[in-house]
Design a protein around this ligand. Sequence first.
Ligand SMILES: [Zn+2]
Ligand SMILES: [Zn+2]
Length: 340
Amino acid sequence: MKAWVLKEYNQPMELAEIETPDIKDDEILLRVKACGICQTDLKIYRGEIPPPIVTLPHTPGHEVAGEVVAVGSRVDGIKEKDIGIVYIYIPCHACTYCLSGRENLCPDLKRIGFELPGGYAQFIRIPSYAFCSFEKRIPFEEMAILGDAVATSYRALTVLAEVKAGHDVLIVGAGGLGIHGVQIAKLCGARVLVADIKEKALRLAKEFGADFLINSGESPGEQIKDLTGGKGVDAVLEFVGSEKTMGWSLPSLKKGGKLVIVGYVPGKTFPLNTMAMHYNEWKIFGSRLCTKVELLEVIRLVEEGKIKPVISKTFPLEKANEALQAVQSPDIVGRIALKF
Ligand SMILES: [Zn+2]
Ligand SMILES: [Zn+2]
């Protein structure tokens, strides 16, 4: 099979001919139909997620949709030609995190596209547990991005920030994840403020229901205070996670508000005003992908048409290097995907 292989950081990947993987009794083989491209893939490309997480040579890709082409002898309920996506976290199923419904924190976690080979390839071998089937046919590239871009936003907003009807929610960064965060916040009944540096991203957020648009280059903190009558917002969803954005997004919270950090900048820290934390009882959460059951909920919401996966551009398998570079382009909004 053909698979893209990153052999050296910051160098173009090579399209290699490698063995199609054999499956074990409890595994399935997927023919990859589409694979989303994440900012994290760029971090991998640049060497910002080094060993022991990602070791070279490596095949990236953690938003994978495809068709089942082979099923192991001990697999129940999945058959050839089923279509679906991959829950990319492969947990141990036995530790206290797994047993308490927090498999995304399993210390023995292996991840497709990180510790394990990803979906920039014609085929991928996965444990049957990782397969999440679809009943409705939607384009494979739209299916693919549910695994991270949509489900990560879903967990951050509904489980961590506990967004409810009537809340004011600030989405910082309306990119591949944030644009779905806008839709999910609206679905929860919140009033949604969106801050981004790109006008194009703000216009797209408006199309998906954003109530207020904030250019983050123009005193965003003051705009947010004005828009909320001086109170601040109930929740901030940080899809950027830089020192610069958190400098104004955290103080935009109302008293008792919640900041959820979804985006991150490798190796960077953030100075915290501990006195403001004390007086306001702000809560700060980290956010890490989702659990499988949350991904299944997202699939249902997308099948029901309540969330629309936003793909701005697709590239063929042969153009993976171009696609990876396009993620950095100021013109790109929404998600990019490889389509096979
Ligand atoms: Zn990702
Ligand atoms: Zn575990």
